[in-house]
Design a protein around this ligand. Structure first.
Ligand SMILES: [Ca+2]
Length: 481
């Protein structure tokens, strides 16, 4: 072999070594990216012990709060499951109705306009294994059809590697969504009780099966040393009907519930409604607005459901710790919107009052400063997509309309930014001091959150300049995005 050939061979050898080393480094770098465990809790008010509600028993969520940062002023972008989850999962404002993600899926099928990647799709494209279990998009399991189990109609095409919904005794995801103990499925709504307490373990209600499947997935995902995971788990309770094992109801024996704030029906025009979702269930002819004892029972059953959901969170977190993956996993706990328990004489969501739009958000990530801190910064659900990109070192896509919360996580005294929300008949903007709601016919509600009257006194007539300013801000934010 000639000297020049030998030199060439040596050069080729070194080139191969360099390429292999580079590939190795790249692989190692991908493997070091943090996992994400995203916990969605359905219809969860920001009333947890760690959020200052002393009468609530929520030890497991409180433990996440103790190790993370709690956003005390997190607002959703829509007061209903479907459109709120749309903003979480796309990072964009969207249609105000529950079929928002199915409409997006239809557009993808038709292929006539550009539809940007969803949150799981974005993470999948950046090397993550993506799995959802339970109610993450609007339909638990993310499928359409009469019973929500038709795999030819997918809520989030190209989204999750797996989107799972164990149905247990409830036959199908639609049955599990509104299921009561031991496989009871809602057929005629008026024949299903609005609340229920049954002796038994966690598995007598649908969230037991969701939690068991989430634990199975965690075991598998945490064994994969090559790819990080994005596991989203959607717990259905405390969504109606309020059914939970008796042991959770018993936690509230002898516990005095605080008074309901401003329980009167609003006098002027507002987004008040007749609590249709609640009243479609059997409530034994009782109305919590005029029956205090019944109102108390409804609230106790809701609280029992919160504690039941909290217990499921505890089992999932214990498994995360057992696998050791907790050391490299971002944990987010998010409520898809709030719920009126009698405030403004509403029992439900679907309004643009604070009670419908305010929900818990807790973020923990390995190595964070300020563990256990709380922030008063105003933030919105739309911010979660860019935040997760920021925390994992993935490019924040330009199409996302929120802002990363990393600066707030690093400095909890930051003030955040105004939060927007919408439903069919109106839109609203929440600043640190005010909420302004504009109805489709132009009617304005303006509330000063710093006063004791809060959202019971419409002061729009007194502050026309502020109204104009907020209208402009709302318009710019929705139109520019
Ligand atoms: Ca919900």
């Amino acid at each position: 072999m000639s000297i020049s050939n030998k030199k060439s061979l040596i050069i080729i050898f070194y080139m191969i070594v360099c390429i292999v080393t580079m590939l190795g480094c790249k692989k190692a770098k991908i493997a070091q990216k943090p996992n994400i465990l995203f916990l969605c809790i359905d219809d969860l008010r920001p009333e947890l012990k760690s959020f200052g509600a002393n009468y609530i028993s929520s030890p497991n969520i409180d433990m996440i709060a103790n190790g993370g940062i709690s956003f005390l002023n997190h607002f959703v972008n829509a007061p209903s499951c479907g459109p709120s989850r749309y903003t979480l999962l796309t990072g964009q404002y969207g249609p105000p109705n529950n079929n928002a993600l199915f409409l997006r899926a239809k557009k993808i099928r038709e292929g006539v306009e550009t539809i940007y990647p969803s949150l799981p799709e974005w993470f999948s494209a950046h090397g993550y294994t993506t799995v959802s279990v339970g109610k993450v998009s609007h339909h638990p399991g993310g499928r359409g059809g009469v019973d929500w189990n038709d795999s030819t109609i997918v809520e989030m095409p190209n989204g999750w590697d797996k989107h799972l919904m164990p149905v247990g005794e409830w036959k199908h995801p639609h049955g599990a969504m509104h299921g009561l103990a031991h496989g009871e499925i809602r057929s005629a709504k008026s024949r299903m009780d609005v609340f229920q307490t049954v002796e038994g373990n966690d598995d007598i209600y649908p969230d037991g099966a969701i939690t068991n499947e989430a634990i199975n997935q965690l075991r598998t995902l945490s064994n994969d040393t090559k790819k990080p995971f994005f596991l989203a788990v959607g717990i259905i309770k405390p969504h109606l009907p309020f059914g939970a094992p008796k042991s959770y109801y018993d936690r509230y024996k002898g516990v005095e519930l605080p008074e309901i704030n401003y329980p009167q029906k609003p006098e002027g025009k507002t987004t008040w409604h007749q609590s249709g979702e609640f009243s479609q269930y059997n409530s034994w002819g009782k109305n919590p607005n005029d029956n205090l004892a019944f109102a108390d029972e409804v609230r106790r059953h809701y609280a029992a459901c919160v504690s039941y959901a909290d217990a499921q969170v505890g089992k999932i977190m214990a498994e995360l710790k057992r696998t050791g993956a907790d050391k490299n996993t971002i944990v987010v706990l998010w409520g898809d919107h709030g719920w009126h328990l009698g405030e403004h004489a509403i029992w439900g969501k679907h309004s643009l009052f604070e009670e419908s739009l305010h929900s818990p958000l807790i973020i923990h990530y390995p190595g964070m400063k300020h563990e256990g801190s709380k922030t008063d910064a105003i933030v919105e659900t739309l911010d979660i997509f860019p935040t997760l990109c920021d925390l994992t070192g993935i490019e924040i896509p330009k199409f996302t309309q929120g802002v990363s919360l990393k600066t707030i996580l690093e400095n909890t005294n930051e003030i955040g930014h105004p939060a927007i929300a919408y439903q069919d008949n109106a839109k609203t903007i929440r600043t640190i001091t005010h909420r302004m709601t504009i109805h489709n016919d132009g009617f304005i509600e303006l509330y000063d959150q710093t006063t004791v009257e809060k959202e019971t006194k419409n002061i729009a007539d007194k502050y026309p300049e502020l109204v104009e300013e907020l209208k402009k801000e709302l318009k710019v934010k929705l139109e520019n995005n």
